[in-house]
Design a binder for this molecule. Structure first.
Ligand code: NDP
Length: 311
């Protein structure tokens, strides 16, 4: 199969690129990846996507974007890109270890980012047995049980508030003495009786049998007031940011030291002519659904211009 424009990834950036590329008659193919719809499919209410003035559920927003891309002719392939060859045009993209091999004149990479973990050995041991990076996916298992959320950003606050509606108690473990989250989220956390914020606190270990039972924490680490204590928790949710999904592209495209794809100035051009990047995979700063969608639009316009100049 050959296309003028292949889009890898199906978050707001990928689907928006699909809308623009199909309206430009590039007949794009979108390879959806391991989590069709991307990170927003695991979130609850999205209140800040323009146009949805009453808010919208994350999965519904993504379904709407997908429908809009398909309406204008984007073709969707379910599957995971397992190899890419950017050495010459047309570029080659292998899906599911050879189930499909696609050729493309331009590529838009919009593979997004994934949740970070703390790196504690116990996190792996209890993954799926108490440890999770997605409250909306796994919160249900902790109804009327105590849980903890790690992080001080908007995601952590959002997850804590969501979990407070299910769990018996939510500890919000924040390493600094303040929340980085927006004021509106901070206020909602403060006003929620079920949430206890533990400032200046870090996690040093997790304990339990087969299932998680406790988190070992340290307050004021490295100071004379340092104290270690435990909290009883059956769920332990990470909300400490994300890392870009670029493993597949290592050595094939320029990445910055954090692994984000480097784009050229205000464009979405990468260091490979004809390959563009959009959304969280190339944006360590804004990381919003709407900024990703905007970048997807720019990538499709950049791809269209590239094809005009190079066909
Ligand atoms: P952020 O990067 O904003 O926050 C990450 C949090 O995790 C920070 O509090 C950080 O601490 C903490 N952290 C990072 N590493 C560690 C560690 N090793 N141990 C303990 N704590 C750690 O990520 P978010 O996912 O919260 O948000 C990303 C972007 O998405 C932001 O721009 C945010 O505004 C946006 N967003 C918006 C939402 C909305 O508007 N509804 C909802 C969710 C996200 P420290 O502060 O000390 O660095």
């Amino acid at each position: 199969m050959r296309t003028k424009c292949l889009i890898i990834g199906s978050g707001p950036a990928g689907y928006t690129a699909g809308i623009y590329a199909s309206r430009a008659n590039l007949m794009p193919i979108i390879v959806e990846g391991p989590q069709p719809g991307g990170q927003l499919t695991t979130t609850t209410e999205v209140e800040n996507f323009p146009g949805y003035f009453d808010g919208v559920e994350g999965p519904k927003l993504m379904e709407d974007l997908r429908t809009q891309a398909v309406r204008f002719g984007a073709r969707i392939i379910s599957g995971l890109v397992t190899d890419v060859d950017f050495s010459e045009r047309p570029f080659k993209v292998v899906v599911d270890h050879g189930k499909d091999t696609l050729e493309a004149d331009t590529i838009i990479i919009s593979t997004g980012a994934s949740a970070k973990y703390l790196g504690l050995p116990d996190e792996t041991k209890y993954r799926g047995m108490g440890v999770s990076a997605c409250a909306t996916c796994d919160g249900f298992f902790f109804r009327n049980r105590p849980v903890a959320v790690v992080g001080g950003g908007d995601t952590a606050c959002e997850e804590a508030i969501y979990l407070a509606g299910l769990a018996s108690k939510v500890y919000l473990i924040v390493r600094k003495d303040y929340l980085r989250a927006s004021k509106v989220m901070q206020k909602r956390v403060e006003e929620n009786d079920k949430i206890e914020v533990l400032f200046n606190t870090q996690t040093v270990g997790l304990e339990g049998g087969e299932l998680l039972e406790k988190a070992r924490l340290v307050r004021f680490k490295g100071t004379p007031q340092e104290e270690e204590f435990t909290v009883d928790v059956e769920g332990f949710f990470l909300a400490i940011g994300h890392q870009p999904n670029t493993k597949l592209f290592e050595g094939k495209i320029e990445l910055d030291p954090q692994g984000y794809i480097v784009t050229d100035g205000k464009t979405t051009r990468t260091n490979i002519d004809g390959v563009f990047a959009a959304g969280d995979v190339a944006d360590p700063v804004y990381q919003q659904a709407i900024s990703a969608a905007g970048m997807g639009c720019r990538a499709a316009l950049d791809a269209e211009k590239f094809l005009m100049l190079n066909e």
